[in-house]
Write a protein of this length. Structure first.
Lengths: 488, 501
């Protein structure tokens, strides 16, 4: 039955609808795959027994004719989403055995649609990282291994690795500066960060509130559309949630891109970028052109300021968002000689190096005397970047760029060089700063046989066009490569 | 940052061997919004509930929880802004004020820093000295009003080595009303707080209960030579009664003067007022001051008020204390003193207007004000009972006044009746009937008592014919004989006739 794990989400849902197999069989197959794939370290917590119970209940619902959009699909959940009764760690030691009494809005939507949750997926600690090496629960290994262990990207490394290795049909992820799209690019999967406000942030552990957005990592563009349709939706419990209907995005996949104007920003060619990335990008342009799209050169002049601005705004918000992890009410507590000592010991022992680094950066840029020079200036850059895109939309409908400046790299190579690590986000942070939807689609392999992704960026609230263009790119690229299953 | 052009009244100067000093005072008043639920969560705000029974996941700072603003609180802030004659800002924003403490689960307080919901305004106060003398009116500028969350409560005295935390209050909406440094004496400061209290109570935006901490003041005090350079200020935190405000200012001003005259310098610091010892002491120095790292709260959108919303609130405002006072003087002919006392608080003013307007055809406003202020407020004060819990209702007091006005009882008898009413013995009519207190107005009976009194005091009667001052003696005799029930006016008239005065 192991071929059930090779199915796409879309095909698996069809198969269950037709009665070819049950959710129980499908779930069992994925649980077996998860157990085989334990070396990938993709999961922090598995919930196999609950998953089997859910699958049975799902089969009963299907029989009763009340199947939901994700009915019976075994999926993974990034361990940043709070799940009722299931330990939620955010990849950090500081949350200890924290087990929420509540369910995040995103996963609640998915459970209401019939999701079968296989477990909680590994991630960079508090979603801070681009390689999944900052997790307290150890690094996630990319199924695409070439001689040495490679990182799956981050922060949604567990999600990307699990989907690429067919451990689950799809997974939730989150993206603050590229944490969905860069791992998707590193693992040959599809990942979309929707428009800011599409998915409720309620019940998702916060990293940087003004940038955080949930989205799926999936095997295909259509699968990602199906998942996002379930995850998204207005939530009055999140003041930044957008009150808008969720369109039928799956229907956008496969639509013609004839006449669609695709912008190519000249500023996304950067020094030191591997030639194969440029080549892949050029190929992508040709593919879109061949599919009938019109290619338009555009300029996003403030792009070079995006990464520095991002690494001011995100840590600033994080330094405040993470203040609640103080050892007083839940999670780790390391007693000290007085209150301040307890705070210091708890947070020093509970947070890893990267999280501490960002808390310190964030604290610094918000401090009296530095606020104007850093935080305020970064916000001004943010406004300029929004304007850059506004101008671009005058002449194009979507933008095509590389997703990441490199393919997956070896575990341990960049972990001690934060600036090198931060450069991973160079093509993805702009959409977070501007709140726009962006998707990564696997478009080819590099000379080492590692997957590379291309990114399509769309107008705010226009995921439909993003899915349409991404689906055309997916068809044209015909990316079918799969990693060898060395981990079994 | 601030300028303080007004020089204090000379009577408020503090004169020492080195010369004169004046006190510069500014206040930050925290007024708890009278709302059913908290500023950013649905938790209840009931006072005195069991610890940690009014705490939502948001209040407890659980991972992934998000604030959602309570629109009712926004409306109350706008209302209060109008009460302060202040500018309503159509654009305002919530910021995070970051610091660590056990009663602050989020690790930051959501407040408004750069863009408060209410801007500059002004109110007029009437300072009253210890002898009840009313000073000249003083205008006190309002710098701003902003909304913020209250913190929880740390309880240090339940255990010798542990601190308990009650989060019931955590997240409750506060309006912080910041004055300009426009007050120059302890009396002005307490008059200002009294005035604010009257305004928020009239509006119903805060219950003004200082004992429960629902209205509390941070007092900024500095001293200078009259009209001279501003001195360094100290902030005294959380002073929660009018008397303590005056005491704290007096103590703090003296402390500053003593230091300055000894050649020292004032350290800018935050201080606590010890109401038992009547002194202030250091809470934290400037060096220990927090850097709160304010920045806009990314979990909340800016507040953009529509003009129509603001206009509607304005059109629905109740009468403000100053307007009501003017109306009490012009419509009811009350003296300034009566009008001021009665309108200082909405409950008092409402009570008074019920007294004069209930009953048939209305009641004499001045008699009603005397009975309300002197007798009822006096009795309540003595008994330590709030007007809301008065054993004598406005209608009942009106009923008593009716019996005075229709000569059923004298004013003197009425005081006795009132005491019994206050003790819960019944209505005025019930007590008058029960105790047979109805005034004797039978002229024949009074005449007989007058004749008896003259006959029994013949010598005095002869003198009285020469010296009308002795009339009082006979009035007393007759009233005594009637057990106080004879109509004093009739007694006077008949006596005068009989004695040929």
């Amino acid at each position: 039955m192991s071929d059930l794990t090779k199915l796409t989400l879309s095909d698996a849902l069809d198969g269950m609808a037709k009665g070819d197999f049950s959710s129980e069989e499908l779930t069992k197959a994925h649980i077996d795959a998860c157990m085989d794939g334990a070396d990938l370290n993709a999961f922090i917590t598995t919930t196999f027994e609950d998953a089997m119970e859910s699958a049975k209940a799902s089969d009963a619902r299907r029989k009763a004719g009340t199947a939901g959009k994700l009915e019976g699909a075994p999926l993974g959940v990034k361990d940043l989403f709070c799940t009722e009764g299931v330990k939620t760690t955010a990849g950090s030691k500081i949350l200890g055995e924290f087990t929420p009494t509540y369910e995040s809005s995103v996963t609640a939507n998915m459970k209401a649609d019939g999701m079968v949750m296989l477990g909680k997926l590994n991630l960079d600690e508090f979603a801070m990282g681009s390689s999944n090496e900052t997790s307290f629960y150890g690094p996630v290994i990319n199924p695409w291994r070439k001689g040495e262990n490679l990182v799956p990207g981050g922060s949604s490394g567990g999600s990307a690795s699990a989907v690429a290795a067919d451990l689950c049909l799809g997974a939730t992820a989150t993206d603050t500066g590229g944490s969905i799209r860069q791992p998707a690019s590193f693992t040959g999967t599809v990942g979309i960060k929707p428009t800011y406000g599409r998915c409720s942030r309620w019940g998702t552990v916060a990293f940087a509130s003004s940038l955080d957005q949930a989205g799926p990592i999936a095997k295909t563009v259509k699968d990602s559309a199906i998942l996002l349709e379930s995850m998204a939706g207005y939530d009055p419990k999140d003041s930044t949630s957008i009150n808008a209907e969720v369109p039928n995005w799956a229907a956008s996949c496969g639509q013609s891109v004839k006449g669609l104007r695709i912008g190519i920003p000249k500023e996304y060619t950067i020094d030191g970028m591997p030639a194969e990335i440029q080549t892949l990008w050029d190929e992508g342009i040709e593919m879109m052109k061949a599919a009938g799209a019109e290619i338009v050169p555009i300029s996003l002049p403030h792009t070079k300021f995006a990464l520095p601005a991002y690494y001011v705004v995100a840590p600033a918000e994080a330094s405040s968002n993470l203040a609640r992890y103080d050892g007083m009410r839940y999670g780790l507590r390391v007693d000290g000689k007085d209150l301040n000592d307890t705070y210091e010991r708890t947070r020093t022992e509970g947070f890893g190096d990267e999280v501490r680094r960002r808390i310190m950066i964030g604290t610094y840029v918000l401090s009296a005397g530095y606020y104007d020079a850093y935080y305020l200036r970064a916000q001004k850059v943010r406004t300029r970047i929004v304007e850059d895109f506004e101008n671009a939309w005058q002449t194009c409908d979507a933008i095509l760029t590389p997703t990441a400046p490199s393919a997956a790299f070896a575990v341990g190579r960049k972990v001690n060089d934060p600036v090198q690590m931060y450069l991973n986000d160079i093509f993805t942070v702009t959409t977070n700063l501007a709140g726009l939807p962006g998707i990564s689609v696997p478009a080819g392999l590099d000379k080492n046989g590692l997957p590379l992704g291309l990114q399509i960026i769309g107008r705010a609230m226009d995921e439909a066009t993003v899915f349409k263009a991404a689906s055309a790119l997916e068809d044209a690229a015909g990316f079918t490569a799969k990693p060898e299953t060395w981990w079994v | 940052m601030f300028i303080a052009p007004r020089i204090a009244d000379k009577k408020d100067w503090i004169t020492t061997e080195t010369g004169d000093w004046e006190i510069i005072i500014g206040l930050e008043v925290h007024a708890q919004v009278a709302s059913e639920s908290k500023l950013f969560s649905g938790s209840a705000t009931d006072y005195g509930s069991a610890p940690n029974t009014q705490v939502s996941l948001v209040d407890a700072g659980m991972p992934g929880m998000l604030p959602v603003v309570n629109e009712f609180c926004i409306e109350q802030a706008v209302k209060t802004g109008f009460g302060l004659n202040a500018k309503i800002n159509l654009f305002s924003r919530f910021d995070r004020k970051n610091y660590f403490y056990v009663d602050l689960p989020q690790g930051y307080q959501i407040s408004q820093f750069e863009h408060p919901i209410v801007g500059e305004g002004e109110i007029e106060i009437l300072p009253i000295d210890g002898d009840g003398n009313v000073g000249e009116p003083v205008n006190v500028g309002i710098e701003r009003l902003h909304l913020e969350q209250d913190a929880g409560k740390s309880v240090h005295d339940l255990s010798p080595d542990e601190t308990y935390v009650d989060l019931n209050r955590c997240g409750v909406a506060l309006m912080e009303i910041v004055s300009k440094p426009d007050m120059r004496s302890p009396e002005e400061a307490s008059a200002y707080v009294e005035k604010l209290r009257g305004i928020v109570r009239a509006l119903g935006t805060c219950d003004g209960d200082m004992e429960k901490g629902n209205l509390r003041a941070d007092v900024n005090v500095s001293v200078r030579r009259p009209g001279g350079e501003l001195g360094t200020r100290c902030e005294i935190k959380n002073v929660n009664s009018m008397r303590f405000i005056r005491q704290a200012i007096n103590y703090e001003a003296r402390r500053h003067i003593d230091i300055l005259e000894a050649g020292g310098e004032i350290d800018q610091e935050t201080r606590l007022f010890d109401s038992v010892k009547g002194e202030t002491r250091t809470m934290r120095s400037k060096e220990d001051a927090h850097d709160y790292r304010y920045f806009p709260d990314p979990d909340l959108l800016p507040i953009k008020l529509e003009q129509a919303f603001v206009d509607r609130i304005k059109s629905e405002l109740p009468e403000m204390p100053d307007v009501r006072k003017a109306r009490f003087m012009s419509d009811y002919g009350l003296p300034e003193y009566d009008a001021r006392i009665l309108t200082a608080d909405k409950v008092k003013a409402d009570f008074y207007e019920t007294v004069i307007s209930s009953g048939v055809g209305g009641r004499d406003p001045k008699i009603a004000s005397n009975w309300t202020m002197v007798e009822l407020f006096g009795a309540l004060n003595k008994a330590g009972v709030e007007l809301e819990d008065s054993p004598v209702s406005a209608d009942a007091l009106g009923g008593l006044i009716d019996r005075i006005l229709d000569d059923t009882i004298s004013g003197k008898i009425a005081k006795g009746v009132f005491e019994k009413m206050f003790a819960g013995e019944g209505t005025a009519d019930e007590i008058i009937d029960r105790d047979g207190l109805k005034q004797v107005t039978d002229m024949g009976a009074i005449e007989a008592m007058v004749d008896d009194a003259i006959a029994n005091n013949a010598a005095q009667a002869e003198k009285a014919k020469e010296n009308p001052k002795l009339l009082g003696f006979f009035v007393g005799q007759v009233m005594k004989a009637s057990q106080g029930k004879a109509n004093p006016k009739a007694v006077n008239e008949i006596l005068r006739k009989k004695l040929g005065l």
